[in-house]
Ligand binder design. Sequence first.
Ligand code: XUL
Length: 527
Amino acid sequence: MIQENCFLGLDLSTQSITAVVISVSGGVTHRFSISFDDAYPSFHTRGGVVLGESASEVFADPRMWAEALDDILILLKDSNLTGSIRALGVSAQQHGTVYLKSIFGKSLKGLDSALPYHRQIQHVFSRDLSPLWMDSSTHEECCEITQALGGPKEVARLTGSVATERFAAPQIRKFWKRHPEKYEQTAHVALVSSFLTSLLIGRIAPLDAGDGYGTNLADIRSRNWNELAMAAAAPGLSNRLPRLLVKDEIVGPVSPYSAQRFGFKPDTVAVVGSGDNPCSLVGLGLLGVPDIHAISLGTSDTYFGYIKELDDRERLEGHIFGAADGRFMALVCFKNGSLAREAVKNWYGLSWDDFSRILLETPPGNQGKIMLPYFLPEITPLLLDPGIRRFGGLTAEDVQGNVRAVAEAQAMAMHLHAGWTGPRPKCILVTAGGSENRGLLTVISQVFGAEVRSFEVKESAALGAAIRAAHAFLNTKRRSVGWSDLFESVVRSDAKELIRPSAEAVEIYQGPEGLLSLYKACERSAL
Ligand code: XUL
């Protein structure tokens, strides 16, 4: 029966929580999602986040995440699904930090299964709000960390990224500088993925290298927390970080609370939690596959690919994170992703169908009209002072021109800043909400000169978490199952769109006087 051996992936993203249930023979069997803005009005989020004193400070309340976790698991229980889940895995938005008092561990053990998490863990936080990946308020701390560790190239070589505003090290440093007394009360700093996994297993969960390397605190070669990097962030940090796991492992059975409240079997196990991008790498079947790259069009836009071995090239942009098999992934992140597309769509009162149709009907290259769509401070290229800039005669009244310009800008920025991730791929897999937009897929294929594929299941992060759970469970408990076997049965079968660009369209971007070089010049002028 399909329900015999099921695996659950949960993805807590910026704006929602999603659950995907898979069975190895039946692929994806169920999907559920809860949007934070709709379901939790008392937290006053917009797009899942709240702003701080300045727009560069972006937070969410971890109590809202706990409530969402409870709600989605109750949904699964009410659908009679939890009893057949053998293993589960958490995927979460990367980089967000959760600050916990020493009472956290004890509180997890004493939870009453008649009540939801959030009613019982109000008092465990030493900081009410968690800074998120969208926060860009720690430039000063990044400079201090860079100086302490010997310069940007050194930091990138050691930790996989230059000191980066949204990462844990500068965020923790800012907290320690501004609120030393609250930092003193902090016994544990979790990332979103390890916080949620802790709730599920009833004790402090380790962190995986997918999320752990996105902190500026780990040495990606020795594969452990680095003393100098931790000291550069805040005093006494090594005692406060979770254990770092190099590759996927089962981190324990679900807690008695989770079993009783949500109807899991007591021997249902959890794999270590991870970030949404490392999970998407798995959910797209790209673990072990370096020559196909991926683009996720979620709240953030990310470009990523698998890396087998680290090289020694110097780099000041992009990130190296761990991958579920103990190797690595390269990633470039853009903040002005879906939020920028949505802003342009809303300016002109368009639907997503209109947006896609305009992209399909207008000529590639936009007749040289270009937009730099920095609605928010941008991560890549680093630009802390936002603003929309138009070039080549693009005016605000030009509906079609602006739609095309925002989509082309995003694809061209990816092309320009992803060159270091490896040889240009012949095929790119596109996932998350924006992957339903045929117009966007077409623009990406034309700018990159590559075949583009999208999938029926666009929730690749939650799917990846479910596959990681299945892989960890099947390899420890029963028999040896390879990643590629799982990809074959769960991922590959459902390609939805396959788009191949024409040579003429590609030439418009990549040719000698092409739009890519023009865009690069515009970007330079803005920086
Ligand atoms: C990646 C990043 C974002 C978040 C959003 O480095 O910051 O993609 O993971 O979910």
